[in-house]
Design a protein around this ligand. Structure first.
Ligand SMILES: Cc1cc2nc3c(=O)[nH]c(=O)nc-3n(C[C@H](O)[C@H](O)[C@H](O)COP(=O)(O)OP(=O)(O)OC[C@H]3O[C@@H](n4cnc5c(N)ncnc54)[C@H](O)[C@@H]3O)c2cc1C
Length: 336
């Protein structure tokens, strides 16, 4: 579809918004490329909460998060965009290519990608999990240390220690009850959990039945194992007492750091610290031919929800197509 490697629209980020933008651009017969820093499609939905249910996306009264983004991918990829996974977008320049002024982006794998316009759908930026403050922590990645629960089956009959005090930690202490070996240990450095009260109450009820072991105010101090994690030592920070518990899966759910990274240095005007300012009528940024949509796009009154990102994707894609073609914006119905 690309003409001398130049596509009409490059989409940065393959979350629900990027996939929706790919659909709308493809539907208008634009040539499209998607670049995603993770090795998978689906953005936060697939990376952070694939096995939760989502209730507020129009047309889906209740849908598993992973199924939702699988459908977004099926819809978004139906016109055959080029998809580059595992590449983080870094540099942006405006260059001349065969007499045409185009945008050139360079990725972490040194790909040089040419495009007539960009739609940035980078969510909160390339995100990274917050880690335990243990010096050797990185060495246990892929050896029993998990930052996400992607597939419950990975934890079947495993001794699991979950660390965290928010919704994700509580949700998985409950959500792995039918999978992990019981009790599941839940470690939090404070006595009070931040999670939804009903989840905390349920965890306390399961504790009475011996299905959850709540360790607060506690912190994981040491990881033990020969090749893979076998046990962890946990300190009760109020009493200074140490306990070592068997652990084959250490699941740390401490949230994410995210930053726009190199995109923040492109000269885009920001809305607050984390969002790119756009005109909500067109989703255009202050830089010509660069649009933004979804969680990364900011304007007064913005709500960061999947549905909103999908609507903004339609606006951004139709405006980008019109701009590339020098036409008025004329969205088309999809029915045939
Ligand atoms: C626990 C949780 C529950 C939620 N529940 C709901 C809910 O019930 N309903 C709802 O509407 N919303 C919910 N949300 C919010 C929803 O997930 C987001 O609004 C949505 O994912 C935003 O989609 P997006 O495509 O804009 O961004 P994202 O999903 O964040 O996707 C952005 C993608 O861009 C990629 N990227 C970033 N920077 C770069 C770069 N430089 N180069 C290449 N790729 C890059 C990222 O890796 C990521 O895959 C929830 C969020 C969380 C964390």
């Amino acid at each position: 579809m690309a003409d001398n490697g130049v596509v009409d629209i490059t989409i940065l980020g393959a979350g629900p918004t990027g996939l929706s933008a790919a659909y709308y651009a493809g539907h208008r017969d634009a040539s499209v490329r998607i670049v995603e820093s993770l090795e998978q499609l689906g953005g936060q939905v697939a990376a952070v909460y694939p096995e939760k249910h989502v209730y507020d996306v129009a047309g889906h009264p209740k849908i598993l998060a992973q199924s939702l983004v699988d459908l977004c991918a099926e819809q978004g990829l139906q016109y055959g965009p080029e998809v580059l996974l595992g590449e983080e977008v870094q540099k942006l320049e405006e260059i001349e290519e065969n007499g045409e002024s185009v945008l050139e982006i360079t990725t972490s794998k040194n790909s040089r990608l040419l495009s007539r316009s960009l739609i940035i759908t980078a969510g909160h930026g390339a995100f990274e999990p917050r880690k335990l403050g243990i010096d050797t922590i990185d060495e246990w990645e892929g050896r029993g240390l998990h930052y996400f629960v992607r597939e419950k089956e990975v934890f079947r009959e495993r001794n699991c220690v979950i660390v965290g005090g928010g919704d994700s930690a509580l949700d998985w202490a409950l959500g792995l009850q039918d999978t992990a070996r019981l009790p599941i240990s839940l470690v939090h450095r404070r006595d009070r959990f931040r999670a939804l009260e009903s989840s905390v109450n349920e965890a306390r009820r399961l504790e009475e039945q011996g299905q959850v072991r709540i360790l607060t105010p506690c912190e994981v101090r040491e990881i033990h194992g020969d090749g893979r994690i076998e046990a962890v030592t946990i300190e009760d920070v109020a009493k200074g007492e140490l306990v070592t518990v068997p652990c084959e899966a250490l699941i740390t759910l401490l949230g994410f750091h995210s930053h726009l990274g190199a995109i923040a240095d492109w000269g885009l005007e920001l809305e607050g610290k984390r969002q790119i300012r756009v005109d909500p009528m067109t989703m255009e940024t202050n830089l010509p031919r660069i649009f933004a949509a979804g969680d990364v796009a900011g304007y007064p009154g913005k709500i960061t929800l999947i549905t909103i990102g999908m609507g903004e994707a339609a606006i951004a894609a139709n405006n980008a197509v019109a701009q590339v073609r020098g036409e008025k914006v004329q969205p088309k119905y999809s029915t045939d």
